[in-house]
Design a protein around this ligand. Structure first.
Ligand SMILES: CN(C)c1nc(=O)c2c([nH]1)N([C@@H]1O[C@H](COP(=O)(O)OP(=O)(O)O)[C@@H](O)[C@H]1O)CN2C
Length: 188
């Protein structure tokens, strides 16, 4: 007897390939309806720490494509992984976050969750949780606190919320627009 998931989740993979447009590089890989299906897949693929730089993993609810167009009203909590700690933290954070998603650890706030992302980047890896309503400060703040709890991120470590509208506008002049910051700044 298989354990059904509350939602169906879809795994996407994005390969770094400068010769293709971004949306042509995003590949839908597999849907999961049960816990067993999900873990047998996750156990078989490379962990984030061993995929090439420039590649991404996405685990999103079925029907929600992991792109700004589909999620235009939304935003994302971003966790920047310190390069010195990437070998220890990247895989651990990713597993905690995807377990939190499929395991409905966000409780009634789960309906606001779109999915989880890991960006493998030479300059520094990132993990993100996309939420559906970029302007719902209360909900997003509660979700941010749950992320820190689930991933056991120390209080002083900062995580940031950015809305996709700002991410789209970002270029050399714009920096990451921190709509919400959770965590006390290091320099007290
Ligand atoms: C429909 N469409 C084009 C489009 N639709 C999208 O939804 C979308 C993009 N483009 N993205 C492109 O990737 C670059 C890196 O973002 P990054 O988040 O990987 O972060 P890095 O700067 O590589 O660390 C973004 O600057 C953007 O060019 C990202 N993205 C989500």
């Amino acid at each position: 007897y298989m354990n059904p998931l509350k939602y169906t989740w879809t795994f996407w993979y994005l390969k770094a390939d400068r010769s293709k447009y971004w949306d042509q590089r995003l590949m839908r890989i597999k849907d999961f309806h049960t816990v067993e299906e999900f873990w047998s897949f996750i156990d078989r693929i490379h962990p984030p720490s061993s995929i090439p730089f420039g590649n991404d993993y996405y685990l999103f609810k079925e029907g929600i494509e992991p792109n700004w167009e589909t999620c235009k009203k939304g935003g994302k909590w971003v966790i920047y992984i310190d390069n010195r700690l990437r070998d220890r933290l990247l895989d651990a954070y990713w597993l905690e976050l995807i377990m939190g998603c499929i395991g409905e650890q966000f409780g009634c706030l789960g309906e606001f969750v779109g999915g989880a992302v890991v960006n493998r980047r030479f300059k520094g890896d990132k993990i993100a949780l996309w939420t559906k309503d970029g302007d719902n400060f209360e909900v997003n703040k509660k979700i941010g606190k749950l992320i820190k709890h689930l991933l056991k991120i120390p209080d002083f470590e900062q995580i940031y919320y950015e809305v996709h509208v700002d991410a789209q506008k970002r270029n050399s002049s714009h920096y990451f627009q921190k709509r919400i910051t959770l965590g006390s700044s290091r320099n007290f």
